[in-house]
Ligand binder design. Structure first.
Ligand code: PEP
Length: 249
């Protein structure tokens, strides 16, 4: 049975006191349903975040990591550093990393491998740009992103994978994919996983939708059979909005 997940991607937002306040609010007051809640905070707050959620079922994730095991990579963070502070989940392939930091599918494949060596859970993001959808090329783009960045892994590693479909045109724009568009792509992706890795893996992998999910559209998007939750940006920075989205599961 696949999990329902609501993950908040805080991006480069909040000071430490603000982060502590939000984590405490989420910890103390989040709706209790069957959604697994993951918070991807900025790197400097990860140690504190892990400490704050200890004893709860909230998980803390990193927003990125380097593919190398360690060494002379100024400014970068290794998988072993994350796991050593209790962070066992990482977001890889976010469209902002692809666009602004030139992370391509080959690099992402390396990052995925490193994360898996460390037994981390990878939230693997993918999604088409507006021009791809306008050219009716969105299924192809998504298929290549998955094949080139992720599908080299073994069947055993799928227990560590969460997929996140994030159409670039819907991220931070206020324009969300319709529930039907999300369902159509999620079903396409699940069928693709089925074709390559078999039905059991396809049925068990959680596929999250991301892109301007808000409390007022979450329930309808999450009600679709192949949408197993969301990766939330802007609306994860405010407890009321985040709770409204969690309640939509
Ligand atoms: C994201 O960046 O992963 C995201 C989905 O952002 P937003 O919810 O703000 O569109």
């Amino acid at each position: 049975m696949r999990k329902n997940i609501v993950a908040g991607n805080w991006k480069m937002n909040k000071t430490l006191p603000q982060a502590i306040e939000l984590i405490n609010e989420i910890k103390n007051n989040k709706p209790n349903n069957n959604a697994e809640v993951i918070l991807a905070t900025p790197f400097p707050y990860l140690v504190k975040a892990v400490e704050l959620v200890a004893g709860t079922d909230i998980k803390i994730a990193a927003q990125n990591m380097h593919q190398a095991e360690g060494g002379a990579f100024t400014g970068e963070v290794a998988a072993s550093m994350l796991t050593s502070v209790g962070v066992n989940t990482v977001i890889l392939g976010h469209s902002e990393r692809r666009a602004y930091f030139h992370e391509n599918d080959a690099l992402l494949a390396n990052k995925v491998d490193t994360a898996l060596v460390h037994d981390m859970t990878v939230i693997f993001c993918f999604g088409e740009e507006l021009k791809d959808r306008q050219n009716n090329n969105h299924f192809n783009v998504v298929e290549y992103q998955l094949r080139d960045g992720l599908f080299h892994i073994s069947k055993e590693n799928w227990k560590n994978i969460v997929l996140a479909y994030e159409p670039v045109w819907a991220i931070g724009t206020g324009e969300t994919a319709s529930p039907e568009q999300a369902q159509e792509m999620h079903l396409f992706v699940r069928n693709l996983v089925d074709k390559v890795f078999g039905r059991e893996i396809a049925e068990n992998v959680s596929i999250l939708y991301g892109g301007s999910v808000k409390p007022d559209n979450a329930k309808e998007i999450f009600s679709k059979p192949d949408v197993d939750g969301g990766l939330i940006g802007g609306a994860a920075l405010n407890a009321t909005d985040f709770f409204g989205i969690i309640s939509g599961i």
